[in-house]
Design a protein around this ligand. Structure first.
Ligand SMILES: [Zn+2]
Length: 424
């Protein structure tokens, strides 16, 4: 299996199973309902972990939650702790609703404070960091390959976190002294304060996976400064750190406009409520993880239609055998989910239902093959619609069809009456 690595700009071969594969993925900063863009790394790395397990690897997927960060203090001055707790709960509920299970560990910065503080002490002791007015900064000049991950020459790296007390404009904060409006702080030998975002991830990765692990993931927007800084910190204390850096492409809003009835659907919660988990998962399958993915009403409607096609195929009779090897090849080649999806559509057309079910199961879409019985109120509406059609009252029949759709079902005319099919 090969995966594209940002640091070497090349495909890196994974070892054969059962070699344990540790994966660390940067999760969201929790201060509001998570944006649908935050769902992409969650879904991609849950799928990758499932696939690596299916190959026979022992996998440990760690997806952190950043519950101490500037953005939380800004979003909820004076009550950041409460807000972070609430938004963490939202995030866990929303991601659970994809039906993919959960990562093996979801560490919080607030639960990793002793390890974070110990790591900063180690960096100061080795001369890689220094204190300045209650803050602690990483000394970028002491780390030779700074800029390697983001493809910058060390002498051309832009200024981060301006502060005249720093030795070098490139230096970044490991610890920030408590400011007046901040409601949380932790004690350290440099005084009351709280950690910077980057050191939190270096400490959580080491705590959960040890000093060296296979894959570090996150969105493309995290390459600089976040991952560049994580790498500098961890390598400076002698951790070999990640062997492969995987950066997922960004989710872009590209539709002309969302319809009035749907409003601006932007959070994971809104997308799941509006389109359902199956459509959302098919949507994420349609783009290669490294490429941008376009979110619009059109692209979601197209994903819904694809889910529907697959669901319909599973209602038929198996009539062919599919080439499972081709599906494996697509995923082993840099986890190419659009190619795997195309193969599943081939299977759907050909009636290779055993392979189709197996493939869909891997992506949490086995539910497309489950028959569900409509609840009594939906059946009553469908009966009323049949009666309206028999009386040639087509306006009423259309109204009832819309009412049934709003409850999550499609009504289809069949030889012996009607059929109720759950909407994707
Ligand atoms: Zn991180």
């Amino acid at each position: 299996m090969r995966l594209q690595d940002t640091l070497s700009s090349s495909l890196v071969e994974l070892p054969p199973p059962p070699e344990p594969i540790g994966i660390y993925v940067c999760g969201p900063t929790v201060y509001q309902r998570a944006h649908i863009g935050n769902a992409r790394p969650f879904v991609v790395f849950m799928w990758l972990a499932r696939w690596l397990r299916a190959r026979g690897h022992e996998v440990r997927l760690v997806h952190n939650i950043t519950d101490v960060n500037d953005r939380i203090y800004e979003a909820a001055p004076g009550r950041s702790a409460e807000r972070a707790l609430e938004a963490t709960r939202w995030y866990l509920e929303d991601t659970a609703d994809f039906g993919l299970g959960m990562p093996d560990a979801q560490p919080l910065a607030t639960e990793t404070m002793p390890e974070i503080i110990a790591l900063i002490e180690e960096l100061i002791a080795s001369g890689h960091a220094y204190t300045a007015d209650g803050d602690v900064y990483f000394r970028v000049a002491r780390f030779e390959s700074y800029g390697a991950l983001s493809g910058q020459r060390p002498d051309q790296v832009e200024e981060q976190e301006p502060n005249p007390a720093k030795e070098d404009p490139r230096d970044f904060a490991l610890w920030k002294a408590t400011k007046e409006d901040e409601d949380t702080s932790w004690d350290s030998r440099w005084g009351l304060g709280r950690p910077g975002w980057h050191i939190e991830c270096s400490a959580m990765a080491a705590k959960e996976l040890g000093p060296e692990f296979w894959i570090h993931g996150g969105g493309l927007d995290l390459v600089f400064p976040h991952h560049e800084n994580e790498r500098a910190q961890s390598l400076s204390v002698g951790h070999p750190f990640a062997r492969i850096w995987m950066h997922n492409g960004m989710l872009r809003f590209t539709g002309e406009k969302m319809s009035k009835s749907l409003g601006n659907v932007e959070t994971i919660r809104e997308v799941l409520d509006t389109w359902g988990r199956e459509t959302a998962l098919v949507f994420f399958l349609t783009a290669h993880w490294r490429k941008p993915i376009d979110f619009s009403e059109e692209s979601m409607a197209a994903a819904r239609a694809q889910a529907e096609t697959l669901r319909n195929a599973l209602r038929g009779e198996a009539s062919a055998e599919g080439d499972w090897g081709a599906f494996v090849d697509a995923l082993e080649d840099d986890f190419n989910t659009p190619a795997a999806l195309a193969i599943m559509h081939d299977w759907a057309r050909a009636g290779a239902l055993a392979e189709l079910r197996r493939g869909l199961d891997l992506f949490g879409l086995g539910s497309l093959g489950e028959r569900r019985d409509a609840p009594p109120e939906v059946r009553a509406l469908a009966d009323a619609r049949s009666a309206a059609r028999a009386a040639r009252d087509f306006a009423e029949a259309d109204r009832l069809r819309a009412e049934i759709a709003a409850l999550g079902w499609d009504v289809r005319d069949a030889d012996d009456g009607y059929e109720l099919v759950p909407r994707a």
